[in-house]
Design a protein around this ligand. Structure first.
Ligand code: ZN
Ligand code: ZN
Length: 587
């Protein structure tokens, strides 16, 4: 009897407490419901004003329209964004849930970044590669959810905007950089194929009437000539830039703009200067570790030969180890075989759980996606296509000459290939994606933080080795450090080139002598450093943030710290800036 009574009291207490806490949430976060509605309006407004971006994100509602990049368009958008920002500021961010307060800050960052790009960065003046209609048409053509005839009708509508688009583009350009002008010519030429071949082929195989076919072909001819005129315009500009240095500007952003761009893009816990200093220190630490492992391995590979002084010994060791690699024919099969092994290791060590109802599919990179230089990448479904498969694209080596294949396979030797799989698949990008997709929040999936995503993959590499993956062998650690050095040097390179006038010669020296990179890799990296700004930092920045957060949690939680719990909690917030995850985890 007493037991039953107690039971009743307990039930009453429990439901009373639940009722109270529900009410308390409602009371504490009383603007939350209204904020949820605002988020929907916000996203709708973003798509309406950025039809091209919507298309890239898999929202096909505005496919008929091509955004004209005119000054009027920028002013109109600034107006819309101003009113969005006013509405956002009307909310008391303490009266919405902590998850939504993260969204509020992500949304505000986006609006402020746009404002800054219009008034200060102004890349629409100096980066002619911003103008290219190819991708949009390609994406519409590839949208197999819609009949081919419907797609072609949409393309017909969209083609009407192309002549005006390129007229406005030419008017926008003022003192471009030589590097971005060259890129614009190259990429627009590449896009011509879509208009000259892919679309005509589709028209021919479609069931459109001959009147419709004539109409779209007429539009197509006009669009192609607009594109050609743009390419011609840029080519003439290149000539005048060679004759007159005042016709172009440097690709180097300079510290003031760089610092702000870093702030908007990384949304980092750290300042640019802090990250640069950390990268410098890290480079020194890595070199010391590499020397250690080289000395440990020396007699195994070089017998009694004397160890040369400094980093030359490390380079010799790396070159020797790199000869151990799979054969070209088995490249994809080797990757396929490693995925379940990584999964088993994660399980055995209880590092995190991956309950994937959509397992990762390893496949040959589709033809239309090749040529970007990346040998392996994760192809993840967008926020409007969450149920699509996740692919691990691996480019087969059949197109390579034997020398090229050998050089590629040495780069992705027995050890580095495993680290690549950790990065791309498990516990890297693929595993993170499974968690990120569970967060049902459009703001978080549209405005993903790249530094968090790349940082997680880079963190995963180190964490796996720390947990004993690769049996703690010196070979594995040495190769890991070679790989890890790349993201560290990316940061040093980017900052030094953009803000400190580092010359090409200095850059190549840094990458080859201190990063053990081949001449070809270093050349490619230099090229990338002239075309992008701050992106090269996202790997090291994110890694540093996540590693620091983990060490901070270890210190705070002491014996209660569990790696598994840390990973699962960390990933549960979605692909948001690490500083917000830090804030949530510190609560
Ligand atoms: Zn070989
Ligand atoms: Zn990555």
């Amino acid at each position: 009897m007493r037991r039953i009574l107690q039971f009743f009291i307990l039930v009453v207490c429990l439901s009373g407490w639940l009722f109270f806490s529900c009410n308390q949430t409602k009371y504490l976060y009383k603007q939350n419901e209204s904020f949820e509605n605002f988020k929907k309006l916000f996203i709708e407004s973003i798509w309406k004003n950025n039809p091209d971006w919507a298309l890239v994100m898999g929202n096909h509602e505005y496919d008929e329209r091509l955004e004209i990049p005119s000054k009027e368009n920028r002013i109109r958008k600034l107006d819309v964004y101003k009113s969005l920002s006013d509405s956002l500021n009307k909310y008391d961010w303490k009266k919405i849930t902590p998850e939504n307060s993260i969204d509020a800050r992500i949304m505000m960052n986006f609006l402020e970044a746009y404002n800054w790009s219009c008034y200060e960065l102004k890349s629409f003046e100096w980066n002619p590669a911003e103008y290219n209609v190819g991708e949009g048409f390609d994406l519409i053509l590839g949208n197999s959810k819609v009949s081919l005839e419907k797609r072609l009708k949409i393309i017909n509508e969209r083609l009407r905007y192309v002549p005006e688009y390129y007229i406005v583009a030419k008017a926008n350009i003022h003192k471009p950089t030589k590097e971005h002008t060259e890129l614009a010519i190259l990429q627009n030429k590449g896009s011509l194929e879509i208009l000259q071949k892919n679309i005509p082929d589709s028209i021919n195989s479609s069931k459109l009437s001959s009147v419709e076919k004539t109409e779209i072909n007429k539009q197509l001819t006009q669009a192609i000539s607009s594109m050609n005129e743009y390419i011609q315009y840029l080519t003439e500009m290149q000539t005048s830039m060679m004759l007159d240095s005042s016709a172009s500007r440097s690709f180097r952003l300079g510290k003031v703009l760089y610092e702000k761009k870093f702030r908007f893009e990384m949304q980092s816990c750290f300042s640019v200067d802090e990250i640069f200093q950390k990268a410098q220190d890290h480079k020194t630490e890595i070199h010391a570790e590499m020397l250690n492992y080289t000395k440990k391995l020396w007699s195994k590979y070089f017998g009694s030969a004397p160890v040369p002084n400094g980093l030359i010994a490390v380079k010799m060791m790396i070159d020797t180890l790199s000869r151990q690699h799979c054969v070209a024919d088995s490249f994809i099969a080797t990757i396929k075989k490693q995925i379940p092994e990584l999964e088993a290791f994660i399980k055995q060590k209880n590092l995190l759980s991956i309950d994937a109802n959509k397992p990762l599919q390893v496949r040959k990179t589709p033809m239309y996606m090749r040529g970007g230089g990346a040998g392996a990448s994760i192809n993840s479904p967008g926020p409007y296509d969450k149920n699509a498969n996740t692919y691990y694209n691996v480019t087969p080596l059949d197109g390579y000459t034997p020398d090229e294949a050998e050089s590629y396979l040495r780069e992705y030797n027995n050890w580095i290939l495993q680290i690549l799989n950790i990065h791309e698949a498990i516990p890297g990008h693929y595993a993170q994606l499974v968690y990120s997709n569970k967060v049902n929040d459009l703001i978080k999936s549209v405005f993903q933080n790249n530094s968090m995503i790349e940082g997680w993959a880079v963190y995963g590499e180190r964490m796996m080795l720390e947990e004993g993956y690769g049996n703690n062998s010196s070979e594995m650690w040495l190769m890991y450090y070679k790989w890890h050095l790349r993201s560290t040097l990316n940061t040093i390179l980017d900052y030094s080139v953009q803000c400190k006038n580092m010359s090409k010669e200095e850059a190549i020296k840094l990458l080859t002598e201190e990063g053990f990179q081949t001449a070809a890799e270093a050349e490619g990296k230099w090229h990338r450093a002239t075309l992008t700004q701050t992106q090269l930092c996202c790997y090291f920045n994110g890694y540093t943030e996540i590693y620091s957060l983990r060490e901070d949690q270890k210190k705070k939680l002491g014996n209660d710290f569990s790696l598994n719990k840390f990973h699962e909690q960390f990933l549960s917030y979605g692909s948001v800036p690490v500083k917000y995850i830090w804030e949530m985890m510190s609560k």
